[in-house]
Design a protein around this ligand. Structure first.
Ligand SMILES: *Cc1c(COP(=O)(O)O)cnc(C)c1O
Length: 355
C-alpha cells in the first residue's frame, strides 16, 4: 500500500491549501500588540459580526480562548458548571485551576449535553463554606459526546435560568460552525444565548492556527489583557488571521461534505461486528466508536488500521475516534469505510502478534 495514510485522527490535521497560503502570503500586517495589524482587525470584526457580538479577540488556540473566558467571568475561588466530558475540564491540563483558581462542578448530561433539570439546583448557597457558583459552560458541538449538537431550546432555557441567577454563560464553540451547517441555524442565533463564545479556525475550517473569543466590548477589553498575561499577544499575526478569514470565506458551507463523510464512516462501523457508535446517531463530523473487547483493544484496532493506511485515534482503552475534514476525498472515505467493514477479530490479533 503506497498511498499516504488517510488521517482520520482529528480535524486539526489539515494543511493550508494553495489559496489559503496565497492569502497568508499577501496579508497586510502590523504589530497587533500595538493594535496595528489590519488583517487581525478585519478578522476580529468579521468574527464579532458572525456571532452577533460587540467585539472579538484573535488568540492562538481554542484552549487559550476558553481559558481567557474563564478568567473574564470568574475570580479565584469561584466555580463553573460544566459537563464531565467538556474540553475545558478534560483536555486543558487543569488550566481553570492553574490560571484562574477556579473549581469545576461536573455533570454527565446526555453525552455531555446539559439540561436545565440537571443543573438547576447546583448553585451553591451564599454561605462562607462554599465556593461562589459563577459560570455555566456549554460546548457545541460536544466533542466527547460524539460531535452532537446541543438543542437550541435547551440552551435558551439554561440561558434564561443563568440570567435569573446572575451566572455568566460561555459557549465553547470550537466546532460551532459544524452545528451551523448541520442545522441551517446561523451562528448568531446560537451565540445570542451566551455572554462569550469561542470558535476555532483550526478545526474543520482548515486554518493552520487560531481561534477567537467574542462578547461584549467590556468582556473583550478584559480578554485582551488576559491574552497578554497568558502569553498570547502576537505581533504580525495578520499572517495567520488571513488564513482564518480565508477559512470563513471558503470553508464553511463545505462542512456539509465532512458531515456526509462521517455518515459513511458511521454506517461502516455500525454494520461491523465489534464496533458500536458511542453516543447514538452521528450528527456532524466526529465518529466516536466503542470497540468490543472480543475484537480487541482500541490500541490494537488503531494498530491494525494503520497497517491498512488508515489513522484513527485511540481515546480510551475501548474507544476510538474518526474525524472527517477538508483534506479527505470521497475516495479516501470510501476506502476507509471498506476497510472498516472487513475488520474481524483474527486480523486484529494477527497485527498485535507482530508487536
Ligand atoms: C479542539 C477543541 C478546543 C481547543 O482548541 P485548541 O486550538 O486545540 O486549543 C476547545 N474545545 C473543543 C470542544 C475542542 O474540540
Amino acid at each position: 500500500m503506497n498511498r499516504p495514510p488517510i488521517d482520520l485522527r482529528s480535524d486539526t490535521v489539515t494543511r493550508p491549501t494553495p489559496g489559503m497560503r496565497k492569502a497568508m502570503a499577501e496579508a497586510e500586517v502590523g504589530d497587533d500588540v500595538f493594535g496595528e495589524d489590519p488583517t487581525v482587525h478585519a478578522l476580529e470584526a468579521r468574527t464579532a459580526e458572525l456571532l452577533g457580538k460587540e467585539a472579538a479577540v484573535f488568540v492562538p488556540s481554542g484552549t487559550m480562548a476558553n481559558q481567557i473566558a474563564v478568567g473574564v467571568h470568574t475570580r479565584p475561588g469561584d466555580e463553573l458548571l460544566c459537563a464531565t466530558t467538556s474540553h475545558v475540564y478534560v483536555w486543558e491540563a487543569g488550566g481553570i485551576a492553574r490560571l484562574s483558581g477556579v473549581t469545576a462542578r461536573t455533570f454527565e448530561g446526555d453525552f455531555g449535553l446539559l439540561s436545565l433539570g440537571e443543573i438547576k439546583d447546583a448553585i451553591r448557597p451564599d454561605d462562607i463554606h462554599y465556593v461562589r457558583t459563577r459560570l455555566v459552560w456549554l460546548e457545541n458541538t460536544q466533542n466527547r459526546g460524539g460531535g452532537r449538537i446541543h438543542p437550541i431550546e435547551g440552551i435558551a432555557a439554561i440561558r434564561q435560568w443563568a440570567r435569573e441567577n446572575r451566572l455568566a454563560i460561555h459557549l465553547d464553540g470550537a466546532r460551532l460552525m459544524n452545528a451551523v451547517v448541520a442545522t441551517g441555524r446561523p451562528a448568531r442565533e446560537w451565540a445570542q444565548h451566551f455572554d462569550t463564545v469561542s470558535i476555532c479556525f483550526s478545526k474543520g475550517l482548515g486554518a493552520p492556527i487560531g481561534s477567537a473569543l467574542a462578547g461584549s466590548a467590556e468582556a473583550i477589553r478584559h480578554a485582551r489583557r488576559l491574552r497578554k498575561v497568558f502569553g498570547g499577544g502576537m505581533r504580525q499575526a495578520g499572517i495567520v488571521a488571513a488564513a482564518a478569514l480565508y477559512a470563513l470565506e471558503h470553508n464553511v458551507e463545505r462542512l456539509a461534505e465532512d458531515h456526509a463523510g462521517a455518515q459513511v464512516l458511521a454506517e461502516a462501523f455500525q454494520n461491523t461486528e465489534g464496533f458500536a457508535l458511542e453516543s447514538g446517531p452521528v450528527e456532524t463530523n466526529l465518529v466516536w466508536v466503542r470497540v468490543d473487547p472480543t475484537l480487541g483493544s482500541a490500541a490494537e484496532v488503531v494498530a491494525y488500521l494503520r497497517t491498512r493506511g488508515i489513522l484513527v485515534a485511540a481515546l480510551g482503552s475501548q474507544v476510538i475516534r474518526a474525524c472527517t475534514h477538508l483534506d479527505l476525498t470521497r475516495q479516501d472515505i470510501a476506502y476507509a469505510a471498506s476497510v472498516i467493514r472487513q475488520v474481524e477479530p483474527a486480523m486484529i490479533t494477527a497485527v498485535t502478534l507482530v508487536y
